[in-house]
Write a protein that binds this ligand. Structure first.
Ligand SMILES: *Cc1c(COP(=O)(O)O)cnc(C)c1O
Length: 359
């Protein structure tokens, strides 16, 4: 077999997304073990799915309902669909993945629930966050029958801008949500990075703070594929298995999604992976400081660095083969670190930025 695209070098690291990285060794180990376990019942009736879902319940110290799906778009869309009727609405930020990057999946799977975005100009909004005030404002804006009734608040943790809600911030938003009879959804595609950053117990920023459903990301943390939808409010999980199946998200060989989760959860590999990615973002942030023409946008709290660079520098970085995104949340370039990002890759990239900025 030959490489069909010679412009993609192998063995080179990039800063486009943490989903550019491969599978971590622990996930790979249990993937192989699952393959060695002979014939196993399909559709999640296997020992691996039992084991990994038990481990998630132990991790969160509560009896939650857990479902695996292939990706984050499905996790979010199906979770929100389970929380809403078609005439309901979901409060989120204008940069929320559910709003900007899921091709209308949440609206589609909920048969029309509308996303209500908060305003984009406040200090919190510039950090990609909702606030209790923003939620209150959207809930009280209208209460007539012509407006889709707010039903859910969706928080992204860590946020799309690489910031992290504190435990107090999650609690305060969830308190408003409770008062206003809203459910709380957490898009945790980078939940691990948030927990690693906060140093808190995972239960503290989820169900103990008032989160009803968490989409727990595995892919960006070192899995080949697969996210866990975790229902802390188990009533919301009623008939969820049917929803997953209808959406084409029920893996028949479920063990190949669930067994790698055992690798992530055992010995807190998920946290180690996230801590490493976060540390690499800190390293990159420091390396980019003081380079003329490079405007760092805010201090990273998770595994991404946001910066504005002059266009000739961006073009020259691309010409040198680096890959990174510019479209996330408008304006800046996003440099994302992964579980396997090396110090050498960070240093080489920063050195190229410095050299090109001087040229
Ligand atoms: C990556 C990501 C997702 C999931 O994306 P998929 O490509 O569908 O797996 C969801 N939310 C956020 C914030 C993400 O960054």
């Amino acid at each position: 077999m030959s490489l069909t695209n010679p412009s993609i070098e192998t063995h080179r690291q990039h800063f486009a997304s943490d989903n550019y990285a491969g599978m971590c060794p622990e996930a790979m180990h249990w993937f192989m073990e699952a393959n060695r376990s002979g014939h196993q019942p399909a559709y999640g009736e296997d020992v691996w799915t039992q084991r990994s879902t038990d481990m998630i319940r132990e991790l969160f110290q509560t009896d939650c309902d857990v479902y695996f799906v292939f990706n984050g778009t499905a996790a979010n869309s199906l979770a929100l669909a389970a929380m809403c009727q078609s005439y309901h609405s979901v409060i989120c930020t204008p940069v929320a993945h559910v709003e900007t990057d899921e091709c209308g999946g949440p609206e589609f799977f909920s048969n029309g629930s509308k996303l209500l975005v908060s305003e984009s100009e406040s200090p919190a909004a510039r950090l990609g966050k909702l606030t209790p005030d923003a939620v209150e404002q959207l809930v009280t804006k209208r209460d007539d029958i012509h407006y889709p009734k707010p039903k859910v608040v969706s928080l992204t943790q860590a946020t799309e801008l690489g910031t992290v809600y504190t435990v107090e911030e999650v609690r305060a938003i969830a308190a408003i949500a409770k008062r206003r009879h809203l459910k709380v959804h957490m898009d945790g595609a980078r939940f691990a990075n948030a927990v690693a950053s906060l140093g808190c117990h995972p239960s503290e920023i989820t169900w103990r703070a008032g989160v009803d459903v968490l989409c727990f990301g595995g892919t960006k943390n070192g899995l080949p594929v697969g996210e866990a939808v975790v229902f802390f409010d188990r009533d919301l999980a009623e008939d969820f298995a049917y929803r997953v199946k209808q959406a084409g998200q029920l893996a028949s060989k479920m063990r190949f999604i669930s067994a790698p989760w055992v690798g992530l959860l055992e010995d807190d590999v998920w946290l180690r992976n996230a801590r490493h990615a976060n540390a690499m973002a800190q390293r990159l942030y420091r390396a980019l400081q003081g380079i003329e023409g490079v405007e760092l946008l805010h201090e990273p709290q998770a595994n991404s660095v946001f910066a504005r660079l002059p266009k000739p520098v961006i073009d020259a970085l691309y010409a040198r083969g680096w890959r990174f995104y510019q479209f996330i949340a408008g304006g800046g370039c996003r440099f994302m670190c992964a579980w396997d990002t090396t110090e050498a890759a960070v240093d080489a990239f920063a050195a190229d930025v410095r050299a090109l900025a001087r040229a």
